[in-house]
Design a protein around this ligand. Structure first.
Ligand SMILES: Nc1ncnc2c1ncn2[C@@H]1O[C@H](COP(=O)(O)OP(=O)(O)OP(=O)(O)O)[C@@H](O)[C@H]1O
Ligand SMILES: [Mg+2]
Length: 234
């Protein structure tokens, strides 16, 4: 059984079909990347899984069809979605942002343990606990957005363009952390326009073009693929 399996998943905005039948699967412990250019349907795919966009077709997660379940339920089931553009709360402190990620936890001790775990990956956040999210650098905000998602102790972490707008050295750091999280047992669905970085870290990848998966393969295979090189690695 796959951890996640999309079967002929379609989604539309008004009359415009953004996803035309996506088939994709992720096994436990994998990093799978979904790459594609502007407007290809990457974010819509993640939004469909987490329940922010209505879909037709099936989304199997842990053997259960979760298609069209609302975000607070998919989150409870263990799916965390770090949105494009990070969307942290700029006026709230780092600590408050993290607490929001742990909103469903009632035990104070569990919240503290989860927060300590987040600080193991992102020591910087511990140093900046009282700083307002919006005053931090782009890289720190991305770390906060991932940290917030980790507070729910997800089984599947979905990241939407975590490298966007960040300096190359910070991008390296973010990808290292993605790799570390995966080594710690986290299954990851990584959406990227930065195909080179994504394919380096991923076990497998899918290429999406105007709402259709046009290629799939393991990371190296895709990296060596001529079509991928021309379109995404130029
Ligand atoms: N809220 C919306 N209303 C109408 N159309 C939308 C909406 N969001 C996305 N779309 C359209 O759906 C298609 C897929 O968009 P999506 O945001 O999923 O692409 P993407 O691959 O994430 O692109 P990007 O790399 O720019 O983030 C595009 O044609 C886009 O214009
Ligand atoms: Mg997007």
């Amino acid at each position: 059984m796959h951890l996640l399996e999309l079967e002929d998943m379609k989604a539309s905005y008004g009359g415009i079909q953004a996803l035309k039948g996506i088939n994709l699967k992720i096994d436990e412990g994998e990093i799978v990347t979904l790459i594609g250019s502007n407007g290809a349907g990457k974010s819509t795919t993640l939004k469909s899984i987490s329940g922010q966009v209505k879909v037709s077709g099936e989304i199997h997660y842990n053997g259960k069809n979760i298609a069209n379940l609302p975000p607070h339920i998919t989150s409870k089931l263990g799916i965390a979605h770090v949105p494009e553009g990070r969307r942290i709360f700029p006026k709230l402190s780092v600590k408050e942002n993290l607490l929001i990620g742990g909103f469903a936890i009632s035990q104070k001790k569990t919240i503290e343990e989860r927060m300590e775990r987040v600080f193991q990956y992102f020591p910087r956040l511990k140093e900046r606990l009282d700083q307002k999210g919006g005053t931090m650098s782009g890289g720190e905000q991305q770390m906060l957005a991932i940290g917030r998602a980790l507070m729910s102790k997800p089984s599947l972490l979905m990241l939407d363009e975590p490298s966007m707008g960040l300096a190359p050295i910070i991008v390296e750091q973010i990808f290292e952390i993605i790799s570390e999280l995966n080594k710690g047992g986290m299954t990851i669905l990584l959406v990227e326009q930065n195909a080179f970085q994504a394919l380096q870290v991923a076990d497998r990848g899918y290429v999406i073009q105007t709402g259709v998966i046009v290629l799939e393969g393991d990371g190296k295979e895709l990296m060596d693929n001529e079509q991928v090189q021309e379109a995404y690695l130029a």
